[in-house]
Design a protein around this ligand. Structure first.
Ligand code: G3P
Ligand code: MG
Length: 240
């Protein structure tokens, strides 16, 4: 008896390649691409007319700045060191670096016009020839994703969960999400089967442990976010 080979899963560099370079910087994104990631993920916040790649709402952990990002004007954010002399990049700077070499998962991290600003930015890149399905826009804030969907419905959505709400599938379906992006602790065979029955791809964050990567692949998840894309690539299966 022959068994079907497992399909390759998608390797998504988390905040670029956070295990190798300061997170959410151009260096981190470039490193993920160089390591062979299929996609890169980064976090985006809208503030003072720009879309900043930044995970935390405060500057302290990842930059030499202090306090909330929103307490600083754009010109002072531009002068900060985001690690190793890297700047806090903006979304257009990241997209100009990537130049369609990998898929791009933009995670909306603020709810203050972020969806509208990201939609306006991605619309320009799509008009310039970037395929809409090489973007994935995700958020824990599902109403923000809903707003994004009204503005730019051709871009696929990822519903982000850090838990399993009672109506998890209903929420994802109502959004028309293509992926369910979920924290690893909540993944089990039942959830994977249910997601697949509903036509959703299941992506798991953030997986850096090699045994866990192998186990998730065996379970049939469709992709992983990893700070170390090369570890996920080592178990991802044959290149497409
Ligand atoms: O998008 C997957 C993952 O990035 C979500 O969690 O906190 O790392 O942005 P976080
Ligand atoms: Mg993120």
């Amino acid at each position: 008896m022959t068994t079907e080979p497992l399909p390759r899963f998608t390797v998504i560099g988390h905040r670029g390649a956070r295990g190798h370079a300061p997170e959410n910087t151009l260096l981190s994104i470039d490193t993920a691409i160089r390591l062979g990631a299929d996609w890169v993920e980064f976090d985006v916040q809208h503030h003072d007319g720009e879309l900043w790649l930044m995970h935390d709402l405060t500057l302290d952990r990842t930059t030499n700045g202090r306090g909330p990002l929103r307490a600083h004007a754009a010109d002072s954010l531009r002068r900060l060191d985001a690690g190793g002399g890297e700047i806090i990049p903006t979304l257009p700077e990241a997209l100009d670096l990537i130049e369609q070499r990998v898929g791009v998962n933009v995670e909306l991290k603020s709810w203050n016009g972020c969806a509208a600003a990201v939609a306006a930015c991605l619309r320009d890149y799509i008009a310039d020839g970037w395929p809409a399905d090489r973007f994935l826009v995700s958020s824990f804030h599902l109403p923000e994703l809903w707003e994004f969907k009204q503005l730019l419905p051709e871009v696929p959505l990822g519903a982000l969960y850090c838990g399993v709400p009672l109506d998890w599938a209903g929420l994802a379906a109502e959004l028309g999400a293509q992926t369910l992006n979920i924290s690893g602790e909540f993944v089990d065979a039942r959830l994977i089967a249910d997601a697949h029955e509903r036509g959703l791809r299941l992506y798991v964050y953030t997986v850096n442990d090699e045994a866990e990567l192998r186990a998730l692949r065996q379970m049939g998840v469709d992709g992983v976010f990893s700070d170390y894309p090369e570890r996920a690539l080592a178990v991802a299966g044959p290149a497409r």
